[in-house]
Design a protein around this ligand. Structure first.
Ligand SMILES: Cc1cn([C@H]2C[C@H](O)[C@@H](COP(=O)(O)OP(=O)(O)O[C@H]3O[C@@H](C)C(=O)[C@@H](O)[C@H]3O)O2)c(=O)[nH]c1=O
Length: 188
């Protein structure tokens, strides 16, 4: 038995060192984390029956995002790998994760933004699919936190310009962004 002052029970001694949980989701199940300004998430319900499933990925009628559907592609990320840091100056990414679990890390460098200088981490999972946009001029990195390839469909707001891609990169370990990935995270 640990040495305790005579007046304190094990319960009192342990509770005195404990940290009380804070609310992380609303009673409606909506995460309460502070999102980078301009980021929106929309849940993507999956309809299952005895044959399989259907999940809508993007419908302009939802009003999720003002820009039209003009281009789509899929990208994958291997386990243990992160893609990033990336930044786009002329378009937004709009990710719909299909498979796996991914941590989307955002860093807001925009002068005057309400979240300027802040890092925001969002976990995207096939168990609770959603679509999320990444605003222009926001650094972002996508880290696979699962054990299988992550598969994402991206609906960027412009077509890809093969001659001059709208993409800027910083190394994952840049000191310019106040975020460190776990030791051993590979990628670029
Ligand atoms: C995005 C894209 C790339 N490509 C080509 C260019 C390049 O040779 C190859 C890989 O492109 P990238 O290196 O840009 O792909 P990648 O680094 O995997 O980036 C992608 O993943 C996530 C992390 C993002 O944030 C998106 O910006 C998306 O570009 O594919 C196309 O032909 N069409 C496209 O629409």
């Amino acid at each position: 038995m640990p040495d305790l002052p005579p007046s304190r029970s094990l319960l009192e001694a342990t509770l005195s060192q404990a940290v009380r949980d804070k609310a992380t989701v609303s009673s409606q199940g909506v995460p309460l984390r502070r999102l980078t300004h301009g980021v929106t998430l929309r849940r993507l319900p999956t309809h299952a029956d005895d044959r399989g499933t259907v999940t809508e990925l993007f419908d302009p009628r939802w009003g999720f995002h003002p820009d039209p559907l003009v281009h789509a592609y899929t990208f994958t990320i291997r386990p243990g790998v992160a893609k990033g840091w990336n930044l786009h100056q002329r378009h937004e990414d709009r990710y719909a994760l299909l498979q796996g679990e991914m941590e989307l890390v955002l860093f807001d460098p925009r002068p005057g933004s309400p979240t300027e200088g802040e890092v925001c981490r969002i976990v995207l999972s096939e168990h609770d699919r959603c679509i999320v946009n990444v605003p222009v001029n926001v650094w972002h990195a996508d880290r696979n936190i699962g054990t299988r390839d992550v598969v994402v469909v991206n609906f960027p707001t412009i077509q890809y310009d093969h001659a001059a891609p709208d993409k800027f990169r910083l190394p994952l370990d840049t000191s310019l962004i106040p975020h460190r990935f776990p030791e051993g995270t590979r990628g670029w």
